[in-house]
Design a protein around this ligand. Structure first.
Ligand SMILES: [Cu+2]
Length: 110
């Protein structure tokens, strides 16, 4: 019985490890004064990631990219989660659709 429990424990640990490994890496982008902070995110190539966009402005913004084809509304003082990738190595621009003159950023995928 002890050996069975040890085996079971090992199996559960391995399963937990797999779950952790499949969680996409997370990055946080803050929108403040209609700018992205940071304005650049470095992320690994060929990997799906999760970007949490946190809008600290009192106005709505739309996180948007034509380079990696995403568009997501972020409410005033709200957050939105965007899944991006897997992408090949390169530089991909994103912007805030409602404040394109200032809200500009890019993903550096490497
Ligand atoms: Cu848009």
């Amino acid at each position: 019985m002890n050996r069975f429990l040890m085996l079971l424990g090992t199996v559960l640990l391995l399963a937990a490890g797999n779950v952790a490994a499949s969680e996409p890496p997370e990055y946080t982008l803050v929108i403040k004064n209609h700018r992205y902070q940071p304005s650049e995110i470095r992320m690994p190539a060929n990997t799906k990631v999760r970007i949490v966009v946190n809008n600290q402005d009192p106005t709505p913004e739309e996180f948007e990219s034509t380079d990696f084809n995403r568009e997501k509304l972020v409410l005033p003082n709200g957050s939105a989660t965007v899944y991006v990738g897997p992408l090949r190595a390169g530089t991909y621009a994103f912007f805030g659709d409602f404040h394109q003159d200032t809200a500009q950023g890019r993903l550096i995928v490497e």
